[in-house]
Design a protein around this ligand. Sequence first.
Ligand SMILES: NC(=O)c1ccc[n+]([C@@H]2O[C@H](COP(=O)([O-])OP(=O)(O)OC[C@H]3O[C@@H](n4cnc5c(N)ncnc54)[C@H](OP(=O)(O)O)[C@@H]3O)[C@@H](O)[C@H]2O)c1
Length: 252
Amino acid sequence: MRYRTALITGASSGIGRSLAHKLAQQGTHVVVCARREAELAALVEAIRKAGGAADALVLDVADVQATRAAIQSADARLAGLDLVVANAGVGAPPSVPPWSWEALGAACQINFLGAAATLTAVLPQMLARGHGHLVGVSSLASFGALPQAAAYCAPKAGLSMLLDCLRLDLHGTGVAVTTIHVGFVRTAMLEHATHRLPQLMEIDAAVDAMLRRLPDRPAEINLPQPLAFATRFLARLPRWLREPLLRAVRPS
Ligand SMILES: NC(=O)c1ccc[n+]([C@@H]2O[C@H](COP(=O)([O-])OP(=O)(O)OC[C@H]3O[C@@H](n4cnc5c(N)ncnc54)[C@H](OP(=O)(O)O)[C@@H]3O)[C@@H](O)[C@H]2O)c1
């Protein structure tokens, strides 16, 4: 299955940028969204040069009303979006504690509320058309609490829960919902990471794996599988065992 049209947030770099490029190569008209206008313009130019179709939409997903309005306009302009990918996300700034409001407030606004605004912006239109695909880029960090990661784990867990609820409610409507749980991918987000990055994936490999599975509209895509299995196993350990274990491996 090919998507005729797709909208991807967080497309100015990393996973979103690569996803947009590769979808455009498959013949999808992509709407690429992010805050950095110059990066989006360069991406659109590269896609068009390669014979693809792309438009840039400069938006800050933290502004949920503007985000919803912009996505609704794109849907109308392109006679329907087949695929909407809520990929925009931020890590917690290293300069403040992960439980501080500076870290938590921004991460919730972008990684949870921004994603929720994106995913639901044209859901009524998709339901009326009887087809569509909603995809959220969450994280293996959503499976359970991790040390020094409140600002990242909490909104990603919220996003994964939202996607699970949507999947239940949209069953049989023609609108599919996929959660992508990502481990570690070598993008700008990890540039300043000081902790270990087990099973680190390159962007191309991660995005190719997503695109191989996405057309089947699976409930979830977990990358990489072994780390996903280990993380889920850890999250399901009884609290009396899990919490001392996690405290013992907390990053400095
Ligand atoms: N890399 C990993 O190891 C990893 C692991 C698990 C999950 N993820 C998730 O994967 C997604 C993509 O991240 P990445 O690794 O590709 O990192 P990245 O290269 O830093 O990309 C993040 C993207 O999000 C956009 N963005 C951030 N805040 C935004 C806002 N307020 N409004 C609109 N766009 C915004 C950025 O664009 P602008 O700055 O131009 O707005 C950028 O395009 C994120 O949701 C992240 O949480 C990544």
